[in-house]
Design a protein around this ligand. Structure first.
Ligand SMILES: *[C@@H]1O[C@H](CO)[C@@H](O)[C@H](O)[C@H]1NC(C)=O
Ligand SMILES: *[C@@H]1O[C@H](CO)[C@@H](O)[C@H](O)[C@H]1NC(C)=O
Ligand SMILES: *[C@@H]1O[C@H](CO)[C@@H](O)[C@H](O)[C@H]1NC(C)=O
Length: 398
């Protein structure tokens, strides 16, 4: 009996040892392979920390002048920013006149572009960014503007700038300020958008910011926004997109997103939406602009900076399953019915546009793709075991 017991115990001990060894190998060995899943779990751990921080007190310092850039002079004191090289101050005016509901801009859509990305801009103008094609209703208008800085290389700047002026004469949709258009100056581009909206389009119901390799399904987006206007909230107090919750700063020096402890001391960022594409309501846009004027930070990751502004302004983001983060949407009519943004379309903007427009036309007629069928298809496409940064499994059932 005694010996028997010992044997079992020894056996269990070995099992336990083997099990821990396997677990250890999995955790350590698989981390680089399955980095997304691990960082996802980790970020939920940080989630509990987030509520403990007083972001407001940490980031805020009244009347701090954040930029080194010269005054624009619009507001007298307080407003800082870079001077405009190309501007269209009256882009939001015209059309309706009277200032009532008629003619009011429903959506002011900024596309973050760079001076040399003229092919991307052309693709957007020809496809989802065509203002006149937008299925307007009740006289509501959509405005699409490209925001950019100056070419960072002084040797090429003159030539590129001439091209930009020519492009702008043809289309009249570029907004450019005099800062070097670089990764580390993205925050200047963010400030430019909220500043321009405040000064030249304060009545816009919604403001969107999107990358120039993002596909925006404008009809779906407008349906969603109209639904919000008709809801009890009246479309106010909105910041919606693909939300990153409790994301930790990247402390690896080799990373593009490296952030030093000096620049950002806390172990996690406030919640923010992926910069690839998000929407804020007009009242939130005004609050964010206010926050950009008082925030003490040189955070250069623009979507994190936006999260910091929002936490100072007391705005929290809403997650929407069909705003993609870094991911590209699966090409299927059942996905097209719901998608709002999809990322990573440097080359296939036209093809995706044709496919979604076709599906959009077929929508009104009772098509062969029934609701149940589409839920099943979406579940098959989205509910895969490996984690991907596009639409979540939950999105299949919306
Ligand atoms: C935008 O759409 C309108 C109406 O369909 C069309 O006439 C116009 O050529 C389009 N513009 C561009 C740049 O594709
Ligand atoms: C940002 O733009 C300003 C103005 O052009 C420039 O002086 C500065 O070097 C740029 N910063 C980075 C990090 O590129
Ligand atoms: C942040 O602090 C300022 C000044 O102390 C205050 O006016 C503001 O309401 C605070 N915001 C939030 C969201 O608590």
């Amino acid at each position: 009996m005694y010996i028997n017991f010992r044997r079992i115990s020894k056996c269990r001990c070995v099992h336990l040892l083997v099990a821990s060894l396997v677990l250890y190998v999995m955790l350590v060995g698989l981390e680089p392979l399955d980095h997304h899943a691990v960082s996802h779990v980790r970020s939920f751990g940080y989630r509990y920390l987030v509520n403990k921080f007083d972001f407001n007190a940490t980031f805020r310092i009244a009347a701090y002048r954040r930029h080194g850039g010269p005054e624009t002079g619009h507001d007298g004191g307080g407003t800082t920013g870079f001077p405009y090289l190309i501007n269209h101050p009256d882009k939001c005016d015209g059309g309706g006149g009277g200032g009532g509901g008629w003619g009011r801009v429903l959506l002011l859509l900024f596309v973050k572009s760079s001076p040399e990305n003229s092919a991307q801009r052309r693709a957007i103008r020809d496809t989802w960014g065509n203002e006149t094609f937008v299925p307007g209703r009740r006289g509501e208008r959509v405005r699409v503007l490209f925001v950019l800085g100056a070419h960072p290389d002084p040797g090429q700047r003159l030539r590129v700038q001439e091209d930009l002026l020519r492009e702008d004469r043809a289309h009249g949709d570029l907004i450019q300020q005099d800062f070097a258009d670089t990764f580390h100056n993205l925050t200047a581009k963010l400030v430019l958008q909220f500043q321009w909206a405040r000064h030249h389009c304060p009545d816009a119901r919604f403001l969107m910011s999107a990358d120039d390799d993002v596909f925006v399904h404008v009809p779906n987006l407008l349906r969603y926004l109209r639904g919000l206007l008709d809801s009890p909230s009246g479309g106010r107090d909105l910041w919606v997109g693909h939300v990153h919750r409790g994301a930790p700063p990247n402390r690896r020096k080799s990373s593009k997103y490296y952030v030093s402890r000096e620049l950002y001391p806390l172990p996690c960022y406030p919640d923010y939406t992926a910069g690839a594409g998000y929407v804020v309501s007009g009242d939130v846009a005004a609050k964010i602009y206010g926050a950009t004027l008082v925030l003490r930070s040189s955070m250069y990751i623009d979507d994190v900076f936006m999260g910091m502004c929002a936490s100072v302004a007391g705005v929290s983001p809403l997650d929407h399953a069909y705003f993609s983060g870094e991911g590209k949407a699966q090409r299927h009519p059942c996905i097209f019915d719901q998608m709002i943004t999809s990322h990573g379309h440097e080359t296939d903007m036209y093809a995706l546009w044709r496919a979604t427009a076709e599906r959009e036309l077929a929508r009104s007629a009772p098509g062969p793709l029934g609701d149940t069928y589409c839920v099943a298809v979406r579940a098959a496409l989205l509910c895969r075991p490996h984690y991907r940064d596009t639409y979540s499994c939950m999105a299949a059932f919306m």
